[in-house]
Design a protein around this ligand. Structure first.
Ligand code: YOG
Length: 134
């Protein structure tokens, strides 16, 4: 059985989100609000087609893609930088490379027990998030 990330997931831990936001150039006032948030992710997966809606009381972000097909990402409401994104499978991990102005930008999702894990990377910063099923 292939991995299925589908579900509604609530953030339970968020290590070095501050460092990740600084690397993205997010201003102090926005970071102060953002680090208080407990975002929820709604993921709908149909084979290699993904819908990932990250929501919070402050901003929300919708990403839709197919694994293996490069797309333009606008990061609207986040750092607003455009990049070219490509998501691939590395075994059971979903790996996104976001090519653009920022070096080493991307993320990786995987399941561990009942938890959804997310590593967010930008330049030399790594943010580690864990989500539990709502
Ligand atoms: O997830 O790319 O699941 O898109 C990263 C926030 C905070 C806004 C959130 C809103 C980066 C202010 C998306 C938080 C910080 C701070 C809730 C992570 C930028 C701005 C939206 C992400 C992938 C993988 C799918």
């Amino acid at each position: 059985m292939p991995v299925d990330f589908s579900g509604t997931w609530n953030l339970v831990s968020n290590d070095n989100f501050e460092g990740y936001m600084v690397a993205l150039g997010i201003d102090f006032a926005t970071r102060k609000i953002a680090k208080m948030l407990k975002p929820q992710k709604v993921i709908k997966q149909d084979g290699d087609s993904f819908y990932i809606h990250t929501t919070s009381t402050f901003r929300d972000y919708l990403l839709e893609f197919k694994v293996g097909e490069e797309f333009e990402e606008d990061n609207k409401g986040l750092d607003n930088r455009k990049c070219k994104s490509l998501v691939t499978w590395q075994n059971d991990k979903l790996v996104c490379v976001q090519t653009g102005e920022k070096k080493n930008r991307g993320w990786t999702h995987w399941l561990e027990g009942d938890d959804l894990h997310l590593e967010l990377r930008c330049e030399n910063q790594v943010c580690k998030q864990v989500f539990k099923r709502a």
